[in-house]
Design a protein around this ligand. Structure first.
Ligand code: BG6
Ligand code: MG
Length: 220
């Protein structure tokens, strides 16, 4: 039976649904600059860093670095205005219970988020102290699908990657977990997270026992 010692959670789209706020912030910038940007375009930005998101929004249009910086700062200011409203009520259904179950199993808990705003989101949700390690957009330079962030979090947890399970809603996040030999649980649309070891629609009603025994039965 393989040993599983830690759960590492992506934040946006797994613990809370900030995708809508990212969308509204990018949309406001896009409208101000006359750039086309739809909700569908936004779906493709899940898990994608701020700079890479802007590059995708520009669809090949090349801008001077200073202007790129100004666009990213403006989008982030719009996004951060939404963050001031985040409270514990913004935890996705089932998350609080799932974290409590994982703790009761003696698992270590980590966050592996591409966001430079992750700590503010966690503070707003009131769950910062539930995690033994928090990796965010400042922790490593190579972003998902590179495995660096999850490896960094595992190191902070003092757990080998092969004993970690990553919970992710983004294709790039599942790829990152697989790349470093971690188990992966995809949250949401199978079109995005189909490469995961297990797929769940969300964490509502999820049972830690059940997940551990299903992962234990995989050839890993
Ligand atoms: C990810 C989000 O968690 O963080 C992306 O899914 C976002 O949409 C990325 O672009 C970076 O976030 P931030 O807060 O540093 O701009
Ligand atoms: Mg995500």
């Amino acid at each position: 039976m393989p040993q599983i010692s830690a759960f590492i959670f992506d934040l946006d789209g797994v613990i809370t649904d900030t995708a809508e706020y990212h969308y509204r912030a990018w949309k406001r910038l896009a409208d101000e600059e006359g750039l086309p940007f739809s909700r569908e375009d936004n779906e493709a930005l899940r898990g994608v860093s701020r700079r890479e998101s802007l590059l995708r929004l520009l669809k090949g249009k090349v801008l001077p670095e200073a202007q790129m910086e100004e666009y990213m700062a403006r989008k982030n200011a719009y996004y951060r205005a939404f963050l001031t409203q985040i409270t514990a009520a913004d935890l996705l259904e089932g998350v609080a219970d799932f974290l409590a179950q994982a703790r009761a199993h003696g698992l270590k808990l980590g966050i592996g988020s591409a966001s430079k705003n992750a700590r503010d989101v966690l503070n707003g949700l009131g769950i910062t102290d539930q995690f033994d390690a928090i990796g965010d957009g400042y922790s490593v330079s190579r972003t998902k699908p590179a495995p660096d962030l999850f490896v960094w979090v595992a190191g902070r947890l003092g757990v080998p990657p092969a004993e970690c399970v990553v919970f992710e809603d983004a294709e790039a996040g599942i790829a990152a977990a697989r790349e470093c030999g971690m188990y992966s649980v995809g949250i949401g649309d199978p079109a995005r997270v189909g490469a995961a070891d297990l797929i769940l629609p969300n964490l509502a009603g999820a049972q830690v026992d059940h997940i551990l025994s299903r992962l234990a039965n995989l050839a890993h």
